[in-house]
Design a protein around this ligand. Structure first.
Ligand code: COA
Length: 171
């Protein structure tokens, strides 16, 4: 369980620092960059961070006033780009990161639980995500959280083939 001192709240564009959010994403995704995987979040600009956040609902994990994690939730109407994402009952998530020094404390689980609750609120039957087919540690992590392989896809902006994974939100 993550410490109770951590709260999750929506990104506030007027007060939260987008450069700090971008820097957190770059730090967290560095491990993937070091594996040769050019995820957008390894090198995206502040403008791209904001654009991606605005495509859905961006949430922040906050501790002592600092941004220590983030996730962006895409309600079913906003999740699109592959046959599975295009389904009307499928929500998705992205821009998912936790400060490297604070990983392994359950903050990622807290963020996943948060967006899965929002998707249930929105009537979604499934929560989907995608990652590199070469990121075996992430495929295993999501697998432990109930996500199963659905399909492959090739995004034009990355240098790897992606796996789309999904979990049922129906108890
Ligand atoms: C993927 C990522 C967001 C997960 O965040 P996290 O905070 O490390 O995740 P958690 O701590 O919730 O879970 C990681 C593991 O830590 C361990 N863990 C969980 N809670 C813990 C706790 N309180 N104390 C110690 N270990 C704990 C568990 O082994 C857990 O795995 P499991 O829940 O599958 O068994 C984070 O590793 C990250 O930022 N990675 C780089 C960016 C990235 O890969 N993003 C996803 C791209 S698709």
């Amino acid at each position: 369980m993550a410490p109770e001192t951590i709260t999750i709240r929506r990104l506030d564009e007027t007060h939260d620092s987008i450069p700090r959010l971008t820097a957190l994403l770059h730090r967290a995704y560095k491990r993937l960059a070091d594996m040769g995987l050019r995820f957008l979040a390894t090198h995206q600009t502040d403008e791209q961070t904001l654009e991606r956040a605005r495509d859905g609902e961006c949430y922040l994990a906050i501790e002592d006033g600092e941004i220590i994690g983030t996730i962006t939730y895409y309600p079913p109407a906003m999740a699109h780009g592959t046959p599975w994402y295009d389904r009307p009952d499928v929500a998705s998530l992205g821009q998912f990161a936790v400060e490297p020094a604070l990983q392994g404390r359950g903050i990622g689980n807290m963020l996943l639980d948060h967006v899965e609750s929002l998707a249930r609120r929105d009537g979604a039957a499934e929560m989907a995500l995608d990652t590199s087919e070469k990121a075996h540690h992430l495929i295993e992590y999501y697998g432990r959280h109930g996500y199963r392989f659905v399909e492959h896809t090739q995004w034009s902006v990355v240098n790897y083939r992606s796996v789309v994974m999904s979990r049922s939100l129906i108890e």
